[in-house]
Design a protein around this ligand. Sequence first.
Ligand SMILES: [Zn+2]
Ligand SMILES: [Zn+2]
Ligand SMILES: [Zn+2]
Length: 358
Amino acid sequence: MASIEAIYTVLYFLLGGCIIFPPTEFVSAGLTIQHLLSGLLGSEEMNFIYYHIKRITATMIFHSFLPLFYFLGLAWTTSNVEIIFPQTINAWCFVLAVSVILPITTSLVGFYWSRNKWNNHPLAKKLSIFGQWRAVASSIDIEFRRIDKYTSGAHSRRLIATDSWILLTTTYDVQVAHQVDSHLTLIQTENHSLSHEAQVGGIQYLNISVESIDNRVPSFIIRLNATEYSDLKDKLTAPIRHAQDVIIRQSLSDRFLAAFREQVSENRPYPKPPDMDIDSCIGCMQVTANVKLQKLCDDAETGDCRQCYCRPMWCLECMGKWFASRQDQTQPERWMASKSPCPTCRAKFCLLDVCNVI
Ligand SMILES: [Zn+2]
Ligand SMILES: [Zn+2]
Ligand SMILES: [Zn+2]
């Protein structure tokens, strides 16, 4: 049935899905409720709590209009309502009535929440567990303005850790936990071999539960990429407990760099000639170059390692990353025994030929 109504319905549901769960393309194009209503919502940076109180209210009201917009669009597209609801006209009336009542209800709820300067909003109620809610809100706002806060996650589900609060924003809610009264427990890890963010060896997500000692504060679960775990830990005042048998996997490149470093430390070092000036590493420009390639191995079987005459130009970290980038990414178990060309002169070297400069 490729009728115009069916095409309209499919397109509307796709668009509606993109409005409720905006994909990255929508977010970067500014097609989100936050962006479209930015004048009304104010500044998140200045008034974090008021911003989210208004964002949640606006989101709820806007989403509740989607069924009504669907029917208005449908009425405009078709003259024959029985194509969509062939059984009886009553079904049509019922769904239409719901789509009208829904936005009226949410608008009334939104109006009720906004009375007395948002005293009735669920987020204000949640904050009042911690004390006078406006005082709590301003404490959160002040800490949110600091540049050293930790933030992570997608636009619609963002985790924020400030000096004393842990916040998780979701479409219709903001979860709040006071760090000193909360226990964080790493409860589960999820390993994905394929992901759009994946590097070699896949990606690992950690699920961490945040539970308050005060049982009026709802507990919640935060989910983050394992590579961000140490940044989060640095921002927390209390340690994250591990449930039994949960292991955080180091990324493949971290494991390789550790093994690379260890092998290089066993190789014969290269004494820097007194008249040689060594510049910063040309890979990262952060540290002084500290490795030199010298053919030290005895590669009798293949014989393709060559002496490199370049002066030290790279740091150990960058040389390790370069080496890893030249390997077969599907066979990491063979990297340690493989070779790579020198990044500058292309002479082949193996791990035994990388020397620390002393
Ligand atoms: Zn470097
Ligand atoms: Zn070279
Ligand atoms: Zn070699």
